[in-house]
Design a protein around this ligand. Structure first.
Ligand code: XUL
Ligand code: CO
Length: 438
């Protein structure tokens, strides 16, 4: 495949000294680290919407993206959709990206009715299947876009209109079927407009109950059609609505537990959503991991000076290192992956920038993986943490952990204490160690 990006070679590993912009400096797909290849650890995925559909529009100006390959399309939206898909597979193949993710309306035009949308999706799935077989590229996750069309102005599963709830259900039904047909390993629910602007017009309680009803119906249907992958909820605290219901990992876990859905859903954690929620990326990943709910990752980064979702390619090595540390601690991210929910800046408008953006993100995470693996191998933090909590291994601490302690036994113990001896948390020293590895 060498048609849509004729000037771009297959990107391969040239090592840290290479100054070739179209090469990897840290991502060496077949290199083995801690018993697995980098490709197996990282499970990179292209986000169809940003890479193939985004045009660079912002609230102040129209699109800037130059995509010469789209110019050959006539006015037929299906023809354009097919060109984009073929270009996407060439791009993934040249970048050695093994997975992709899509929303239903990224791949096929919606047409004038659900029936037409459904036919368009089937036709596009035929082409996707053909290209997947040809290239070996796989589907990491599918999803339905329940937020762009004006019908979703008041939400989808949390709309005030039961007809909109039903329409959204029909879209999810079809998107689940497509995901099964294309052997997708996960299915994602990001509650795009599931939230509210003001409680003056909102039945808060009904909306949350309906969101749970919707997810539960979707999970039942996924089981019914034999979907064996993970169902994932992607938290985000705000944007587009002021109060998004799936605010952060803790909020989603509480919601799932309240409605008895915790066994059925895991989470897809996005870096930029974490920072919007006032958390670090590592906090959200760790919160999911310790609750056995870390399913997959939307690999991007935000800009801490801006209060919105900038979806930038991840190049901050601190963040990628701490992310990969969480992934390694969980024993891997599979069947999830690292999906680049990231877009090139408006000023980076050439087709080459699509490659340079992905290379930056892939090298950013490859470097993070290498550093995290060294931190694990050398047990840089583990021994310190273990020692810090050693009082819970013996005596009164052990009785707290094994459930034998009562408030009375703790009080008896406390009365025997003259002085409590504490040790320093050594934060600055540990940060120095982290810097040594980075
Ligand atoms: C929006 C976002 C979405 C989801 C999929 O902020 O992250 O692209 O990842 O709907
Ligand atoms: Co995302």
């Amino acid at each position: 495949m060498d048609y849509f990006f004729p000037n771009i070679p297959v990107i391969s590993y040239e090592g840290p000294n290479s100054r070739n912009p179209f090469a990897f400096r840290f991502y060496n797909p077949d290199e083995v680290i801690l018993g697995k290849t980098m490709k197996e650890h990282l499970r990179f995925s292209m986000a169809y919407w940003h890479t193939l559909c985004a045009t660079g529009t912002d609230p102040f100006g129209r699109g800037t993206a130059i995509r010469p390959y789209e110019e050959s399309a006539s006015n037929d939206p299906m023809e354009l959709a097919k060109i984009k898909m073929r270009a996407g597979f060439e791009l993934m193949q040249k970048l050695q990206i093994p997975y992709f993710c899509f929303h239903d309306c990224d791949v096929a035009p919606e047409g004038n009715s659900l029936a037409e949308f459904s036919r368009n999706l089937d036709e596009m799935a035929d082409l996707a299947e053909e290209l997947m077989t040809q290239t070996g590229i796989k589907l990491l996750w599918g999803t339905a876009n329940l937020f762009s069309h004006p019908r979703y102005v008041h939400g989808a599963a949390t709309s005030c209109s039961a007809d909109v709830f039903a329409y959204a259900a029909a879209q999810v039904k079809k998107a689940l079927e497509l995901t099964v047909r294309l052997k997708g390993e996960n299915y994602v629910f990001w509650g795009g407009r599931e939230g509210y602007e003001t409680l003056l017009n909102t039945d808060f309680s009904l909306e949350l109950d309906n969101l749970a009803r919707f997810l539960s119906l979707a999970a039942d249907y996924a089981d019914k059609i034999g979907f064996k992958g993970q169902l994932l909820i992607e938290p985000k605290p705000k944007e587009p609505t002021k109060h998004q219901y799936d605010f952060d990992v803790a909020g989603v876990l509480g919601f799932l537990q309240k409605y008895g859905l915790e066994g059925r859903f895991k989470l897809n954690i996005e870096a930029n959503h974490a920072t919007l929620a006032g958390h670090t990326f590592q906090h959200e990943l760790a919160m999911a991991r310790i609750n056995n709910a870390l399913g997959s990752i939307d690999a991007n980064q935000g800009d801490l000076l801006l209060g919105w979702d900038t979806d930038q390619f991840p190049t901050n090595i601190y963040e990628t290192t701490l992310c990969m540390l969480e992934v390694l601690k969980q024993g891997g991210i599979a069947p999830g992956g690292l999906n680049f929910d990231a877009k090139v800046r408006r000023g980076s408008f050439t087709p080459e920038d699509l490659f340079l953006g992905h290379i930056a993100g892939m090298d950013g995470f490859a470097r993070g993986l290498r550093i995290a693996a060294a931190l694990i191998t050398d047990k840089v933090f583990d021994e310190f943490i273990e020692k810090r909590y050693q009082s819970f291994q013996i005596g009164i601490g052990a009785s707290i952990v094994n459930g034998e302690a009562t408030l009375e036994s703790l009080a008896v113990h406390a009365h025997t204490l003259d002085e409590i001896k504490l040790e320093s948390g050594r934060q600055e020293y540990l940060e120095t160690l982290l810097n040594l590895y980075i």
